[in-house]
Design a protein around this ligand. Sequence first.
Ligand SMILES: C[C@](O)(CO)[C@H](O)COP(=O)(O)OP(=O)(O)OC[C@H]1O[C@@H](n2ccc(N)nc2=O)[C@H](O)[C@@H]1O
Ligand SMILES: Nc1ncnc2c1ncn2[C@@H]1O[C@H](COP(=O)(O)OP(=O)(O)OP(=O)(O)O)[C@@H](O)[C@H]1O
Length: 312
Amino acid sequence: MPVPPHAQVTVRAPAKINLGLSVGPPRPDGFHPLATVYQAVALYDDVTATLREDDADVTVEVLGDFADDVPTDDSNLAVRAARLLQSEYDVEEGVDLTIRKTIPVAGGMAGGSTDAAATLVACNRLWGLQLSQSDLERLAADLGSDVPFCLVGHTALGRGRGEQVTEVLSRGTFHWVFAIADGGLSTPAVFKELDRLRPLRRVEAPEVRPELLSALLSGQPAALAVALSNDMQDAALSLRPELAATLQFGLDQGALAAMISGSGPTCLFLAADSRSAVDLAVELSESGLCRMVRQAEGPVPGARILPAPISR
Ligand SMILES: C[C@](O)(CO)[C@H](O)COP(=O)(O)OP(=O)(O)OC[C@H]1O[C@@H](n2ccc(N)nc2=O)[C@H](O)[C@@H]1O
Ligand SMILES: Nc1ncnc2c1ncn2[C@@H]1O[C@H](COP(=O)(O)OP(=O)(O)OP(=O)(O)O)[C@@H](O)[C@H]1O
């Protein structure tokens, strides 16, 4: 039976990378203050929300490359996002969620966070809540530090624990290649390892490097390559030393820069142009150093509703 309009909404949700990730000493609440520059890249999960009119249940089904690694109970971040909307706005309807996953799980690319952001956008439309972008950003911050950025997308500065997001000017398009590792890394475990490796008294307040902001304004990949930084890289490499060989391989094959993505273990490479990105992706695929390789451009917008398919 055909589904009536607005009984089903699909939202496209991008992965994020951190072009700069500066981490301060832990706060009393256990979170670390950050100064980060996020960029949304064209590697997407699609979240489809289908209305349940007869009850308030929330269900989730996960399809795609990494489906087996994603929980389908109430710990799924997309389910948590739907339930948060229900409880805050006394919603009496339910939703069936389908996540088509392309973003690696526990890969340092905010896969779960972006599914949560997409679910907020989808259910806002599905349930006719008419919440503003700033309402959604407030709810997003309750779901996770990366979730507000996943709503906003493009290139943005993240402060606080990462949830305070302001857009940053960036010119042009950058070409990224991702080496996706076997298995994931737990974000809290990588923050813990970072604290173990650094003598805390000497950890300074987090800051964004001015050369990163000017490189983004210039739109020049060579300028961006020397401005990238990630304070979590040493901690991720300490937990997964074999990733150093993947980073070095990419540099040997002509990447302008190589870095761990967020908390890892995904390795990201900046290519000079789309042609070099294809060449690098082929070499990495044949290297046997990673589970799979993906290419994506950035920046791209945050979670966005896709046009409904045309039906007869
Ligand atoms: C590593 C990054 O991806 C960089 O953008 C984020 O900081 C992580 O963001 P996230 O996965 O949305 O993290 P949350 O779900 O908010 O927090 C998960 C756990 O990570 C740690 N955490 C997270 C963010 C932060 N600024 N400091 C932290 O110490 C805490 O142990 C927290 O309990
Ligand atoms: N919708 C979801 N997609 C992926 N993982 C989810 C989801 N919901 C809950 N999880 C759980 O969250 C954990 C972290 O997954 P996620 O893919 O968000 O990590 P990440 O990309 O490293 O996060 P970040 O970059 O925000 O730190 C997974 O191990 C999984 O158990």
